[in-house]
Design a protein around this ligand. Structure first.
Ligand code: HEM
Ligand code: HEM
Length: 269
């Protein structure tokens, strides 16, 4: 029964596609300016609009870009690694973007305060996902601040959570990276649901879809270029003298290089 019902809905959806495609091709600007449901008029309260803008700024732009910087720019293009170690460009970029993103999110939440009263499923799921993302955002900042000490030869003390790769540091890396990327993936859905519940204009959904495609393409390209380098190596170099280099490599898609392999990758003699 459920199966027949699903087939019926799918067929209805498919039969509507040629009409939608025809309308989109005949008057592309009218089609894009209309709302997702097809209505020409679009009204949205001022504070809801600012809630949406700030959330898109935070979870749609700043936080994903900050995560991208942390993943792929531990060694900057053109940096003479391992002669030049511990380039902090990614670190400053990550903190500035993540603090700004969480600030935008917090102000955006203040504007949504009390909005979560609707009974339809989309609005309820949006509110639940939204609250989970806000908690995740604050937890990421708390985790970042509690990541432990650094240590290492350039520090006054050689010992440190990161240099020694203590259980605390290992736990931080696992949790912070997985929660961060999971939250970014959930943000795509939460933003899409937000657009649906306010019946936003189609061009907004189209621009956001293009943006997420560009982000995914940049991610895949940087990953394929072998730029997701082990943080430990980027900071202290590849020598086995350092305790962290004697541990197994951690993290999906993370790479370690020998000096020769890095030079070959960069086309240097
Ligand atoms: C005070 C704020 C923060 C600090 C100090 C901080 C610190 C760090 C550090 C040290 C790393 C590198 C981990 C490693 O590769 O070993 C990192 C990576 C990462 N951070 Fe944060 N972070 C902060 C806020 C956030 C927030 C709010 C998010 C929310 C999405 C976030 C998402 C990520 C992600 C996804 C990665 C992993 C990137 C990768 O795949 O390598 N961070 N962060
Ligand atoms: C990742 C980004 C977003 C997050 C984290 C988020 C978070 C939230 C939260 C936590 C609530 C419930 C507030 C409460 O309990 O009082 C909420 C409600 C709402 N949000 Fe968002 N939001 C996001 C993006 C958007 C976008 C892009 C739009 C519109 C285009 C939007 C429109 C709304 C509306 C209309 C409500 C009220 C829902 C209702 O009537 O129950 N949100 N949002």
């Amino acid at each position: 029964m459920t199966h027949r019902y699903a087939c019926f809905i799918a067929l209805m959806g498919l039969s509507a596609m040629p009409a939608a495609a025809h309308a989109a091709l005949a008057q592309p600007s009218d089609w894009l300016l209309a709302s997702l449901s097809g209505a020409i008029e679009h009204h949205i309260a001022g504070h809801t609009a600012w809630h949406a803008r700030l959330m898109v700024l935070g979870w749609g732009i700043l936080l994903p870009l900050g995560a991208l910087a942390a993943r792929f720019f531990k060694i900057m293009p053109g940096q003479d690694w391992p002669q030049q170690l511990d380039n902090k460009a990614w670190w400053h970029t990550h903190r500035v973007l993540q603090y700004a993103g969480v600030l935008a999110m917090t102000v955006g939440l203040g504007l949504a305060w009390g909005l979560g009263g609707r009974r339809d499923t989309a609005a309820q799921v949006h509110a639940w996902l939204g609250w989970s993302l806000c908690i995740a955002g604050w937890a990421q900042v708390a985790g970042g601040l509690l990541r432990g000490s650094k240590g290492g030869p350039a520090d006054a003390r050689l010992r440190g959570d990161h240099y020694d790769m203590t259980r605390w540091r290992i736990g931080f890396e696992r949790l912070h990276k997985s929660l961060g990327w999971l939250a970014i993936a959930l943000a795509v859905m939460t933003i899409a649901l937000g657009l649906v519940i306010v019946d936003a204009p189609r061009w907004m959904a189209a621009v956001l879809a293009l943006w997420w495609c560009a982000f995914a393409a940049a991610f895949i390209r940087l990953q394929r270029q072998g730029r997701c380098i082990d943080t430990y190596q980027a900071i202290w170099g590849p020598s086995a003298v350092h305790p962290g280099n004697r541990r197994p490599l951690m993290g999906l898609g993370v790479r370690r290089y020998t000096v020769a392999a890095w030079r070959a990758r960069c086309g240097r003699p």
